[in-house]
Design a protein around this ligand. Structure first.
Ligand SMILES: [Cu+2]
Length: 633
């Protein structure tokens, strides 16, 4: 068997991770007292990629974040994979690196062995600590003495059996504070005993009573296989070309998305990824107020990514990609089927019936789906990218899993939550995502316009009062480009290449079309808002800078705030005719419903990138009619 040649954008494979870990051990960076928090590819620059295209080989390098837990010191180390040479080593002061899942497991064990915690359980009539599940939450930064340390908080639930849904039985009022570096419990705060909720919240086949019996099979058959080709991490589907990537922090990443047109591949997006996400809860009670986990920056989606199963998470002719990850000790594991690729029928693509002649043409839409799902404690996040035959790229998150719960005192009627079962409240919260789009519409030099519809003033030019038009406004600098959605004016943002014209003489462009979105409700001076400044605006635009990767900064865990987009864009750099990066923040309110219990049906949200004069006319005209002669006349 031949191994496909490694492309410079491919994620680090198992042998490369092993080599990097060995180099870190040899170099004295990974020792018994240090933890490997993350290890990922140093991605090549655009300049290097051009050299690769010209036939030059590029060296592979790994970027490691290491924590010396004994002295609470963080290091960033760059390793040359082939030679094992340590290229650079930098101590980063004043930061707390992300919490690796290994550490969460250890922190849970430490809490469950703590005498004060056991005593607090006993006060609640719980003597079998093995049935208690303690979820580890990032502690935020509320300006207390604790924030000097790398701390997390443990919240507890009780399982009535080995497969019981513990979230139905909150062990309310208990907050354990754990020092992750010392892996020691600092304190257990007990805010008062309430009775354990009795109702179960199980959802397995055997738990839910008779299943409906009127569902007949749907089979997706592609006898000639799917219409896409996968070569390593490279993907070709219809006229789309791209490379799939994966990082321990962002999970699924798409690289070099381009569209083949007139015999050449025209670039659209250089790199697309979920750069950050955060879920602020709106309940001021002591077991909830601090909950605003930055699941990407404080934890990392990679190790939480699910191994997907054929025919369950995706349906049809599926191609999977495996990815490899390291744990804090440097052990390499391969996650099978981490990324799923398949095609879906997408209903109508276009249609017209000439009603005078009875002649009709209709085409069905097919879309390419590239997806990955992360289980983040109680919740599932599905990250989906769709490519369409009309040149559209869509990004969608699917929210599902189990809503977070807290226990209620008898008679308590929660203002900031929904009662989903007796004595169980699901607190109100929001889910915010930031997608980083390093755009390249027909090249790197792009400008961004805000587009919205305006009504003309009534007057001699508008005598009938009917006139309205779309108005474009160039966003010249970073501060001008801090923008929010305005759906009533159909506001969108246009990424234009000022140097390239279409056949009609118009500059080629793609539009960023917002989907469902919301505003943030936490107070402007709250700890959460200082730390998650990227939720202040839906759109941010920056000139590309290699160090600007994540919307809330490189190290959001326990950070006091201000890092990331608010800091970078305060410089107010020019973004006109530049290599621009768009950062789009979108979110959902989640006022839980009884119907979200005990496991929540999927909620979808996202946005699209839609061609605007990128083509001279519909690029979907050459899609053939469905087989058979009954769909075209
Ligand atoms: Cu939610």
């Amino acid at each position: 068997m031949t191994t496909p040649a490694i492309h410079p954008l491919d994620p680090l494979g198992p042998a490369e991770l092993e080599a990097a870990v060995a180099a870190l051990r040899t170099g004295g960076d990974l020792t018994a007292g240090t933890r490997l928090i993350s290890l990922e590819l140093v991605e090549p620059s655009k300049e290097e990629l051009r050299r690769f295209d010209e036939g030059m080989e590029l060296p592979r390098r790994a970027f490691a974040v290491l924590l010396n837990a004994a002295v609470s010191t963080t290091y960033e180390v760059v390793v040359a994979i082939a030679s094992g040479e340590i290229e650079s080593r930098r101590r980063v002061d004043g930061v707390h690196p992300a919490i690796h899942p290994d550490e969460a497991v250890q922190a849970e064990a430490a809490i469950k062995a703590d005498p004060a915690f056991l005593a607090a359980l006993e006060a609640r009539g719980i003597t079998d600590v093995g049935s208690v599940m303690v979820d580890i939450w990032s502690a935020g930064n509320f300006g207390t003495a604790d924030t000097e340390r790398r701390v997390a908080k443990g919240l507890s639930w009780y399982r009535r059996g080995p497969t019981d849904n513990g979230y139905a039985h909150p062990v309310e009022g208990l907050v354990a504070l754990v020092d992750l570096n010392a892996m020691a419990v600092l304190r257990v705060d007990d805010h008062g005993v309430t009775p354990l909720a009795e109702h179960d919240g199980n959802y397995g086949v055997d738990d839910v009573g008779p299943l409906r019996e009127d569902l007949r099979p749907v089979e997706i058959v592609q006898p000639e296989g799917p219409s896409f080709e996968v070569d390593g991490f490279g993907v070709r589907w219809q006229k789309w070309r791209l490379r799939v990537g994966f990082t321990p922090r962002e999970g699924l990443v798409l690289h070099t998305i381009g569209y083949e047109d007139g015999g050449r591949v025209r670039p659209v997006v250089h790199r697309a990824s979920f750069s950050e996400m955060v879920i602020p809860y709106g309940d001021p009670s002591p077991t909830v107020f601090f909950k605003n986990a930055f699941d990407i920056g404080e934890h990392g989606l990679g190790p939480m990514t699910d191994s997907l199963e054929l025919g369950c998470d995706c349906l049809g002719e599926i191609r999977y990609l495996d990815v490899s990850l390291v744990d804090t000790r440097g052990e390499v594991t391969t996650l099978k089927n981490a990324i799923c690729m398949h095609e879906e029928d997408d209903g109508l693509l276009w249609k017209h019936l000439d009603w005078r002649t009875g002649r009709g043409e209709v085409r069905r839409s097919r879309r390419m789906v590239i997806s990955s799902i992360a289980t983040v404690g109680n919740y599932e996040y599905g990250f989906y990218w769709y490519l369409y035959q009309d040149g559209t790229i869509q990004s969608e998150v699917k929210l599902t899993g189990i809503v977070h719960t807290r226990g209620l005192a008898p008679g308590e009627d929660p203002v900031h939550g929904t009662v989903v079962a007796p004595l169980v409240s699901a607190p109100v919260h929001q889910h915010f995502f930031n997608v980083r789009l390093d755009m390249a519409v027909d090249g790197d030099r792009n400008s961004v316009y805000e587009v919205q519809t305006v009504a003309d003033e009534p007057g001699p030019e508008n005598p009938y009062g009917n006139a309205f038009h779309a108005e474009e406004r160039l966003l010249r600098t970073e501060l001008e480009a801090r923008r929010s959605i305005d759906p009533l004016r159909a506001r969108s943002w246009r990424i234009v290449n000022p140097d390239v014209r279409n056949g009609l003489g118009q500059p080629v462009a793609y539009d960023l079309m917002p989907g469902d979105n919301v505003q943030v409700f936490a107070a402007p001076d709250s700890s959460f808002r200082r730390r998650a400044g990227f939720v202040d605006h839906h759109l941010w635009v920056t000139p590309f800078a290699p160090g600007e990767r994540y919307a809330a900064g490189e190290y959001p865990n326990g950070h006091a705030g201000g890092d990331g987009l608010p800091a970078w864009t305060a410089v107010d750099r020019s973004i006109e005719a530049a290599d621009v990066v768009l950062w789009y923040t979108f979110g959902a309110h989640h006022v839980p419903r009884p119907e979200d219990w005990p496991v929540m049906p999927v909620v979808k949200l996202g946005f699209s990138l839609r061609p605007r004069g990128f083509f001279d006319r519909s690029p979907a005209l050459d899609v053939p009619p469905p087989p058979g002669d009954h769909c075209a006349t």
